[in-house]
Design a protein around this ligand. Structure first.
Ligand code: CDP
Ligand code: MG
Length: 131
């Protein structure tokens, strides 16, 4: 069994899509090991997105992710990291495969509904920030 880190992003929470997204997570066979609704603080956002520091979208990303409540989840399944990325869809909802969460509930690059770790090492690092 592998664990990964997921976020239902602020705009999706505000739009009342949390239940629909959690439904998709469970239907895909993930176990929700832990889950909580929080407002992310500046230090958490900066730690989460450290790899993007200095990029043009970084400041906007940190402010969007700290502006209002979101839901963080610890998910478990065989191949959880890759399978969660697959269920999320491509970073830009415009390019996300039909039926993926980002295709269904994303609006744009900065409002793309969900976050998912990109490797088992990232998952361990990101989970430790929030759980
Ligand atoms: O989230 P994911 O791992 O698919 O993408 P990323 O490249 O790690 O970027 C992190 C987040 O930054 C994305 O989910 C987007 O919300 C945001 N982003 C953005 O606003 N503009 C970009 N040009 C690239 C990413
Ligand atoms: Mg990423």
């Amino acid at each position: 069994m592998q664990q990964t880190f997921a976020i239902i992003k602020p705009h999706a929470v505000k739009s009342k899509f949390s239940g629909k997204i959690i439904d998709m997570i469970e239907a895909a066979g993930f176990e929700i090991v832990e889950m909580k609704k929080i407002t992310m603080n500046q230090a958490q956002a900066q730690a989460l997105y450290a790899e993007h520091e200095g990029k043009p979208f970084y400041n906007g990303l940190v402010s969007i992710m700290t502006a209002s409540p979101l839901i963080v989840l610890k998910l478990q399944k065989n191949e959880a990291v890759a399978l969660w990325r697959e269920l999320m869809g491509a970073t830009n909802p415009a390019n996300a495969a039909q039926g993926t969460i980002r295709a269904l509930y994303g609006n744009s690059l900065d409002e793309n509904a969900v976050h998912g770790s990109d490797s088992p090492a990232s998952a361990a690092r990101e989970l430790a920030i929030f759980f």
